[in-house]
Design a protein around this ligand. Sequence first.
Ligand code: SF4
Length: 261
Amino acid sequence: MDYMNETGRIFDIQRFSVHDGPGIRTIVFLKGCFLRCRWCCNPESQEFAVQNMVVGGKTKVMGEDITVDKVLREVAKDRVYYKRSGGGMTLSGGECFFQPKFMQALLCGAKDIGINTAIETTSFSPYEKIEQALPYIDYYLMDVKHMNSAKHKAFTGVENGLILENASKLARDAKNLVIRVPVIPGFNDTEQEISDIAAFAVSLKTVEELHLLPYHRLGKDKYIGLGRDYLMGDAPLLEQVKIDSLRRTAEKSGLSVIIGG
Ligand code: SF4
């Protein structure tokens, strides 16, 4: 595959992350998303268009068209840390499958130079696109946000049918599938909702790990910077006692449960 000159649009590259996959990782954030989650902490990721965002009183351009070659040169700078820690490159967003060709080229290029790969995704995409990328993905981190389709649509803009259907196929086809749940007040922060998602993850048979990602407000200022309303308002952060209780609920499923990740 001639991937080095493939061009796509990103809005950030973060080095030395210890989230979103094992070890020390470089996270490449792709622009564009099919969903509009109310709690999204990267609102600058959602539109594919290049945007201006005011950060700390200064206007920053969010979105850069870049070749695979240039991204991989940046990623390869930390190769020595990946080797020591079992880390690598993670593609995030936005939604990576919003730019499937670019995503696949990045993954394929990373594998060709011996770098471990992960993606962080909701997988709201035709399965053919997912299937094509699977040979180049070492860790597949997939969000399952809610089991009730109407509620999923009310809070994210889309129903959950395609996502759950893809999760079943991924359980059969993907390496190291991990289910991740953003735990959001007023949406899915009850024992019942977490228990339902854990039961679904167990039903997939090949999933061993569930990540619970507690709601935070780190993206709030970005909404202001983009001239948008922050739809979560003053929703409270989850108390530690509640997080611990939801973790115990999820653990009853037999899965290994990690907070954060
Ligand atoms: S799927 Fe992720 S990037 Fe897309 S809107 Fe939801 S939280 Fe934001």
